[in-house]
Design a protein around this ligand. Structure first.
Ligand code: AMP
Ligand code: GLY
Length: 451
């Protein structure tokens, strides 16, 4: 099969890497792709949000399958356009992608179908929103834009002044454009966060292994929110009991609710969950693979990603066997200095080639450019340095060792990826739990072992 992948970040690099391992896949094209992706796929400089451009490219290349990875084109209806033109695709249609495209929609859906989430109200009028926040008198207050905002449309206000400023920035100053013309004010929840990506064809839902993102720019969860500064999988807070509860109260009800609304969701559904003292609740849905969650989830997949994509398109996901490696996978994001605010591009990078890199490290490129045999930075998040190992500590050690070999001016990365997860691990059970898999694991992955 020849596949066109729409997108150009670390997530797409991880997806293309997984697809390239499928015996079914012959050729991969990417639009726009990036410096790292160009080693595996021919890249075309068409923006992922350029619906006409992508459709034109698909008509020219005539791929057997088109994979649409980012949120914007999905919400804008790229899959609908591709299907109308006769292409087989992966990703939800616009009427299902609205689950991420509108928080007002997703909150109303959860309320209607009894899916656990934070209590909320929606507003288009700033005075009414401010009045409501004052009456609630409960801080932190959570204020969210309705629409897509690159992960920046959520403000956790610690007091009334911050909450008032957030409401005004969205509803009066138009800081988030149309995305902020309606807002959600919701209850603040507490507890560990878990991401669960799930394959679904609208009939069957198959959750992938869980992960934990690190959204803030700096160590100890300080600084601004980012797209994600690092991830680990699986997430040790997400116990078997939570898995069963989430399947019963969240995953299946969401799929059923979307069907009942005539908005069948097909593709990868991202559940952003909080394990609160009152049980797991949905923080948000995304209509796609997460970034950088994908970078730690897909290397653990035992199965053929291309086969899964085809099965979803043909509504026979129930028949496909999907397994997950034991052990852990960790990703440390290396970003440009100044990210997520202002940063330089075009800085030469060193140390990513196989020579001298850590054995078994996957260096997923997010914002890079390849020119004349050299790599240059080309975005905020630049690389996702990913390793797997038998233990979480082992994977983290390997990821940080690989990071230490990579240099570019102004590089910024968090030094505490995985620390919260390490604290959540049941200390004595770890080695025992995986002992039976250990030999196979080492054979397959050539892993580093905890000393
Ligand atoms: P979102 O973009 O909706 O994932 O929100 C970004 C981050 O804000 C989440 O990962 C949470 O850490 C935090 N957050 C969002 N909603 C809430 C909430 N209701 N209570 C507590 N934290 C929240
Ligand atoms: N890592 C968060 C996201 O993909 O939305």
């Amino acid at each position: 099969m020849n596949i066109l992948v729409v997108g150009g970040g670390g997530r797409e690099h991880a997806i293309i890497t997984a697809l390239s391992k499928s015996p079914k896949v012959e050729k991969i094209w990417a639009a726009p792709g990036n410096g790292g992706i160009s080693a595996l796929a021919e890249c075309f400089p068409v923006k992922a949000t350029d619906l006409d451009g992508i459709l034109g490219l698909a008509k020219k290349l005539n791929p057997d399958f088109v994979f649409v990875a980012p949120d914007d084109p999905l919400v804008m209806g790229m899959v609908d356009r591709l299907n109308e033109a006769g292409f087989r695709t992966f990703g939800p249609r616009a009427n299902a992608a609205i689950l991420e495209g509108s928080k007002v929609f997703s909150k109303a859906l959860m309320k209607k179908y009894g899916i656990p989430t934070a209590g909320y109200e929606t507003f288009t009028d700033a005075d009414k929103a401010i009045e409501y926040i004052k009456a609630q008198n409960s801080y932190p207050a959570v204020i969210k834009c309705d629409g897509l905002a690159l992960g920046k449309g959520v403000i956790i206000a610690k007091d009334f002044e911050e909450a008032e400023a957030a409401v005004k920035s969205m509803l009066l100053d138009g800081k988030f454009g149309k995305s902020g013309s309606e807002i959600v004010v919701e209850e603040f929840m507490t507890g560990p966060e878990v991401t669960v990506l799930a394959f679904t064809d609208g009939k069957t839902v198959k959750p992938m292994i869980s992960s934990m993102d690190h959204k803030r720019a700096n160590d100890n969860d300080e600084g601004l929110n980012t797209g994600g500064m690092g991830t680990i999988a699986p997430n040790p807070c997400y116990t078997d009991a939570f898995k069963a509860e989430c399947m019963e109260k969240i995953f299946l009800p969401t799929i059923n609710a979307m069907n009942a609304e005539g908005r069948t969701f097909e593709g990868c559904l991202y559940f952003g969950l909080m394990l609160t003292p009152n049980g797991p609740k949905v923080i948000e849905y995304n209509c796609r693979f997460g970034d950088p969650e994908t970078q730690v989830v897909l290397p653990m997949l035992e199965g053929d990603l291309c086969e899964i994509f085809e099965a979803i398109y043909e509504h026979r996901l129930a028949d496909v066997k999907i397994g997950w490696k034991s052990g852990y996978c960790t990703c440390v994001v290396m970003a440009s200095g100044g990210y997520p605010v202002k940063y330089k591009k075009g800085i030469e990078m060193f140390g990513m080639d196989d020579k001298g890199q850590v054995d078994g490290a996957f260096i997923y490129h997010a914002g890079t450019k390849y020119e004349d045999g050299k790599f240059y930075t080309n975005g905020g998040r630049v690389l996702g340095v990913t390793c797997n190992a038998y233990t979480l500590q082992g994977a983290l050690d390997k990821s940080y060792e690989a990071v230490s070999k990579i240099k570019f001016e102004g590089e910024h990365f968090r030094k505490d990826i995985g620390q919260k997860a390490l604290k959540a691990l049941p200390k004595d059970s770890l080695d025992l739990e995986y002992k039976h898999d250990m030999e196979d694991y080492i054979e397959e992955n050539g892993v580093y072992l905890r000393q």
